[in-house]
Design a protein around this ligand. Sequence first.
Ligand SMILES: Cc1cc2nc3c(=O)[nH]c(=O)nc-3n(C[C@H](O)[C@H](O)[C@H](O)COP(=O)(O)OP(=O)(O)OC[C@H]3O[C@@H](n4cnc5c(N)ncnc54)[C@H](O)[C@@H]3O)c2cc1C
Length: 423
Amino acid sequence: MSITICYDAGSAGQCAKGTDLVDMDFSPADLAFRDEVRRFLADSLPDRLRDGARRSPGVFVDPDIGLEWHRILNQKGWLAYFWPVEDGGTGWTPTQKFIFEKECALAGAPSLSIMGLRLVGPVICAFGTPEQKQRFLPGILNAEDFWCQGYSEPGSGSDLASLKTSARREGGEYVINGSKIWTTQAHHANWIFALVRTDSSGKKQQGISFVLVPMDQPGIEVSPIVSMSGDHEVNQVFFTDARTPVDNRIGEEGQGWTIAKFLLENERGGSCFAPRLLRNIDELTALAEQQPSGLNGALGGYQATREKIARLRIEAEALEVTELRILAELAKGRTPGPQTSLTKLLGANLGQRVDELRLELLGYDALQLPLERPLYGNEAPEPIGSDAAQVAMGRYLNNRASTIFGGSNEVQKNIIAKSVLGL
Ligand SMILES: Cc1cc2nc3c(=O)[nH]c(=O)nc-3n(C[C@H](O)[C@H](O)[C@H](O)COP(=O)(O)OP(=O)(O)OC[C@H]3O[C@@H](n4cnc5c(N)ncnc54)[C@H](O)[C@@H]3O)c2cc1C
């Protein structure tokens, strides 16, 4: 692979003299790393997990599938590759991280639960005390702890800083009251990291603190929210005099908003969208070759179908180049900043278009929505038609959420308008 990107290209698409050239060639060392990752995936990724990932209609991978892969990666030492080396990271370059994610996507590996690894883990690495790191990081790595994210509240989603869940100090503890909503996999979690209001006297961004709260206590109730596909992935969490030690606060009291923004940047831009999109587009291509057109041959033989798939592929490849460009920035020690809003917006929209085209290709076969779970393994219901048809509608319905969670499309556009376009 050889891509050369030039910033500030002239209107004719030529690199203007003196502009910043980024050489995106993979070095021989990167190519050797890619081969090592490929060998590892061929040897260590069980077909059962690959099948489970392919046949999961949810937004988030089921814990039984994701955690098994999590443990395999941890044993290899390749799990927390975006953490600092001293806290358990791999020390990989941004390019190596990209290669790893791309190869995992191409191999059909399950995605991992992000709550511990990608969200609270990096926060603890960056803002935690040595004692907090020692207390919480091993539990994330060895999967003894399962985390959920307590940010959104009824009435405080996009306008997160308006959150009202309160934490009152009582001796060495915080006493927490209020409610969090859309809390992904809270019904599996034994810990929640939460933004709470420790002071309501100043501006809304002030007086917020970031606390870690054990879920297994009488003051916490988890109430399921079942999505329109019939999946139970999200919840409302109620806090009624729930307690956590003051020592479980990350950072200073009132520093929560700074930490919240750090975490959101990781959530939006922590990983690359393009590799999984490109794999899904490969699957669409294969599907089109199999689906009868009803007239003459398969749908894949028709120019209209090929054009639709090609358009998606071109846009996904363009996104991949943008993601590579962000990696080049990171390699120079710069932060991705608002560019993560750009990739989140493009990635989520493209993902939904892939889901729509899958339904279009499957036609009548996609009109099924089994409510049994899981759709993989020995207990799975028999598919009507193909496996792909069995999960297509569930994936489509669940993935409608991707342009809402982690900051909605409109919110990402506002950030881009302000920070990138200067409007
Ligand atoms: C499947 C799923 C999983 C989630 N998981 C979690 C989780 O684990 N933890 C967690 O804390 N949260 C989670 N969320 C919540 C998610 O972050 C919020 O839904 C999201 O931030 C939007 O907030 P809201 O739902 O309150 O919508 P609102 O903020 O009320 O927005 C409603 C509509 O108004 C638009 N809008 C709002 N403000 C503006 C503006 N300033 N300019 C233009 N348009 C605007 C929005 O784009 C949206 O279309 C999840 C959500 C979903 C759907």
